[in-house]
Design a binder for this molecule. Structure first.
Ligand SMILES: Nc1ncnc2c1ncn2[C@@H]1O[C@H](COP(=O)(O)OP(=O)(O)O)[C@@H](O)[C@H]1O
Ligand SMILES: N[C@@H](CCC(=O)OP(=O)(O)O)C(=O)O
Length: 376
């Protein structure tokens, strides 16, 4: 099976503070990615830089702050960015395709499934997918704003062998190295402790947005999905291959979490619950430790309006969330049969499956947080 590598390149590595693309850098990165491609890897690129590439063309003197200004800049810049990549990769006989995603795409099972099918087809045909946020349609409160999280979600989606987050610093330091000359690099992180979040600061450049903090957040998402992460710098030919092989200039984040099956990943990280049910002690034990499905008999309370196929959250009698899953009942049906035996339910209503949530379409909170979940 071909190994998949996701590489994220930040604005600070592709553009200057004054705006505009640095074509030499794009040429360089395309060469590095093409080398991985030649080695037989399936390569996906998550790239920032649309806003930074475009804003000068709209007459702004520095990176704009308002949403509509950023969106207009991205609309110009994204085309320039793709054109530059297209030309740079063509020099190595590598073809590229553009994929623009938004955060809600990840919470819609059909849409993200379709995106994955497109990615798979591109990779099968040895085309490098180039991914960015669809800035011009992203709504402020739902925006990724930086691409670090986007790259982690993509890495989980394609079950990458490694996620490489490239930036303008050679890894995570004990403090922001731009401000603290005595800071030292942390070469390997096995657990995302609160200390790690504490040392990671904001962006150091005028064009970058998330800084080290958003990269560590992204590492957490990828590690939970079972994808090891590298955060660091690629400046010389061969650096990217070294980063893949484990000898790169940066910090490695290892994970012992296993890649969750696709459906569980979607349930755990992307789905948006449409309602809630509270279950009794017996049903809680069946779901959390018994590996069983949820039956109507265990349901105590139903809240929200949902339909078969929606995702709902399940709480215990103390109101604590224990997990979530795909529901086979409409909320009104479940309200009518909550607490009843299977026999009674079958007499009263017609449902395709008797289980309220089938165990194959369920994820417990513990499963979701397999990797140490330290909130900063
Ligand atoms: N502990 C830290 N170690 C390394 N870099 C840090 C740290 N804290 C903050 N930073 C800053 O994060 C910056 C990289 O993030 P950012 O500017 O958002 O880049 P990008 O555009 O590549 O996403 C570095 O240039 C550095 O100034
Ligand atoms: N989608 C935006 C990303 C914004 C951004 O600066 O991200 P990053 O450089 O990853 O911190 C763009 O292409 O400009």
């Amino acid at each position: 099976m071909q190994q998949t590598i996701v590489v994220k390149i930040g604005s600070s590595s592709l553009t200057s503070d004054e705006g505009g693309l640095n074509r030499d850098k794009i040429m360089f990165f395309a060469g590095e990615l093409a080398a991985l491609h030649r080695q037989g890897y399936s390569v996906l690129l998550v790239t920032s830089g649309a806003v930074a590439a475009g804003f000068r063309q709209l007459g702004y003197t520095s990176r704009p702050k308002l949403l509509h200004e950023k969106q207009a800049s991205a609309s110009v810049g994204q085309a320039l960015l793709m054109q530059a990549y297209h030309e740079a990769f063509a020099r190595h006989d590598v073809r590229v395709g553009q994929i623009l995603l938004t955060r809600p795409d990840f919470s819609n099972r059909k849409r993200i499934h379709n995106a994955l099918m497109t990615i798979d087809e591109l990779l099968r045909r040895r085309i490098v997918p180039i991914i960015n946020e669809n800035d011009t349609v992203s709504v402020d409160e739902l925006k990724f704003s930086e691409n670090d999280t986007l790259s982690a979600l993509v890495a989980n989606l394609v079950r990458a062998r490694r996620l490489l987050i490239l930036t303008d610093t050679d890894g995570l330091y004990t403090a922001d190295p731009r401000k603290h000359a005595d800071a030292t690099r942390i070469d390997r992180v096995l657990e995302l402790s609160e200390d790690i979040f504490r040392v990671a600061g904001g962006s150091g450049s005028m064009v970058g947005t998330g800084g080290m903090r958003s990269k560590i957040e992204a590492a957490r998402v990828a590690m939970r999905g079972g994808v090891p992460v590298f955060i660091g710098q690629v400046t010389e030919p061969g650096d990217l291959s070294d980063a893949v092989d484990g000898s790169g200039k940066g910090t490695y984040f290892d994970t012992d979490a296993h890649n969750l099956p696709m459906k569980k990943q979607w349930l755990g990280f992307h789905s948006e619950p449409q309602g809630f049910v509270a279950v009794d002690h017996g049903a809680e034990a069946a779901l959390v430790t018994g590996g069983k499905s949820l039956l109507p008999a265990g349901v105590k309370e139903v809240r929200g309006e949902f339909h078969p196929g929606d995702v709902i959250e399940v709480t215990n009698t103390n109101g604590q969330t224990i997990g979530r899953g795909v529901v086979n009942y409409a909320s009104w049906q479940l309200q009518a049969v909550a607490g009843m035996s299977t026999e009674e339910v079958q007499k009263r209503i017609e449902v395709i499956r008797i289980e309220v949530i089938h165990r194959d379409e369920w994820i417990t909170l513990a499963e979701k947080h397999k990797v140490h979940d330290m909130t900063p």
